[in-house]
Design a protein around this ligand. Sequence first.
Ligand code: ADP
Ligand code: MG
Length: 333
Amino acid sequence: MTESEFDIIRRYFTRHQSLRDDVIVGIGDDGAVLRVPEGEDLVVSTDTLIAGIHFPEDTAPAAIGHKALAVNLSDLAAMGATPAWITLSLSLPAADPVWLEAFASAFFALANRYRAQLVGGDTCRGPLSVTVQVHGLVPAGRALRRQGARPGDSIYVTGTPGDAALALALVQAGKRNAAGCAELFERLEFPLPRIEAGLALRDCASAVIDISDGLLADLGHVLASSGTGATLQADKLPRSAAFIRCLEMAGAAKERGYYALPLAGGDDYELCFTVAPEKSALAEERLAGLPGGCTAIGVVEAATGLRCLREDGSACPVARSGYQHFGGGPGNG
Ligand code: ADP
Ligand code: MG
């Protein structure tokens, strides 16, 4: 690298040194020293994005910087945690100042939005890969979990799942600049983590997960953790106006994409959650005023397995899929 790793860290990643007073030692020592407030639990989550696997090689650096943090904050949202601290491990093929400036600006713009401070990391030369770890706080014992869905609970999603998968399908069909589809690309490249929704669901949801691998796959994790099943109403899935408008351009058979993208497409980073009947009015009221809102899409049942029906009662023919890095048969997603 033309710049040393120390120059890179100093120039691009030390913009946060005094953002929070619970950071006793930030960037610059062998480790960060962080003070967890009395009565709070620490929630920790990490995710890696690798060029060519999680995003196309030619993705804009701002989108990579934003998304690497957003997918991690989405995990905190699903736990009902408030973001506090971040670490960033970067593997870079070269020290390109234009790339680094755009990456760091988008990364810090999102971090600032939630007052989350970058407190450390690692920087090395290698194939492009970004690993972020996030640390969040939640009142002791009140983190939201995947387990806890009970028969009779309603199932909800925030936002409009399927938008990101449709954008990816358009990219893959060579229609990156398709007219009228900009909102979908925004959803794919600059997803906003549903932090506010996660906080609103504390003491309210019985189980929560964020949708990274697809609604069916991720709801499947909630049901497996909870020892329950569910029936989804596929026609109740919320679909954005941009989704309806752009579906035909993706080349996918319209009918199939209409169901398959919201049910099995990944990358939306919306929340899927369950709520007991006596709390559903409260959950709906709290989320109505927040970005993405929420929509009821089904009911948790005692019989295990995930059933998916259309309005006329017929089965919706979409296989539960979800991206699996190491393969695996149906049901492992
Ligand atoms: P060490 O040799 O102890 O691993 P490094 O030279 O890797 O230390 O890092 C020096 C300091 O810079 C450490 O405080 C580390 O946490 C921080 N750091 C390194 N890379 C990054 C990065 N990409 N973003 C934020 N902080 C970083
Ligand atoms: Mg190091």
